[in-house]
Design a protein around this ligand. Structure first.
Ligand code: ZN
Length: 169
């Protein structure tokens, strides 16, 4: 899926971990929270990519002629979701950062391998990162976009709701 969806999924996972962290201080809890956030973030990426989707943001073409156009479109669209994640989880910047980074990590290594020729031995998620694959399951594009927007919007709403609930406690 597109970066904004992965980033907000990472922010939502981080928000869940923060509920535990708020009640369990100390270094053991810190390590547990960090590891849980990283593993869950990466799993969320692979799970979302297994759903029918279409990387429509890559084709927005907001900067025609510019070589990094797809990356710029992705980065710009990711700003609002990063802002929601930051607003909801700013008390725990490390957990938040780990969540958003690990939820994006498989795509970072895909770009590193496919665009910047990173050695194949360094690729962790081979089935995901060694190829450009977009499973659409023959869904019409508007349906694919609607599904992804619903997932991203739902995750953003859940992140904000969880943050409000966590701060009330
Ligand atoms: Zn991916």
């Amino acid at each position: 899926m597109n970066s904004p969806t992965h980033v907000i999924a990472g922010a939502l996972i981080a928000q869940g971990v923060m509920i535990y962290r708020d009640r369990h201080a100390g270094p053991v809890s810190a390590v547990l929270c960090g590891v849980t956030t990283i593993v869950a973030g990466m799993v969320s990426h692979l799970a979302l990519d297994a759903l029918p989707h279409y990387d429509w943001i890559v084709y927005l073409n907001w900067f025609p002629g510019l070589s990094g156009d797809p990356f710029l479109c992705e980065a710009l669209c990711t700003v609002p979701m990063s802002a929601v994640g930051w607003y909801a989880g700013r008390e725990h910047p490390v957990i938040l950062g780990l969540g958003m980074f690990s939820a994006m990590y498989p795509d970072f290594e895909k770009v590193a391998y496919l665009v910047f020729y990173m050695p194949q031995q360094l690729v962790i998620f081979r089935a995901h990162s060694l190829r450009l694959s977009i499973p659409h399951y023959y869904w019409p594009r508007p349906a694919l976009i609607a599904l992804e927007l619903a997932i991203a919007g739902g995750s953003a709403a859940a992140t904000l709701w969880l943050a409000a609930w966590r701060r009330r406690r």
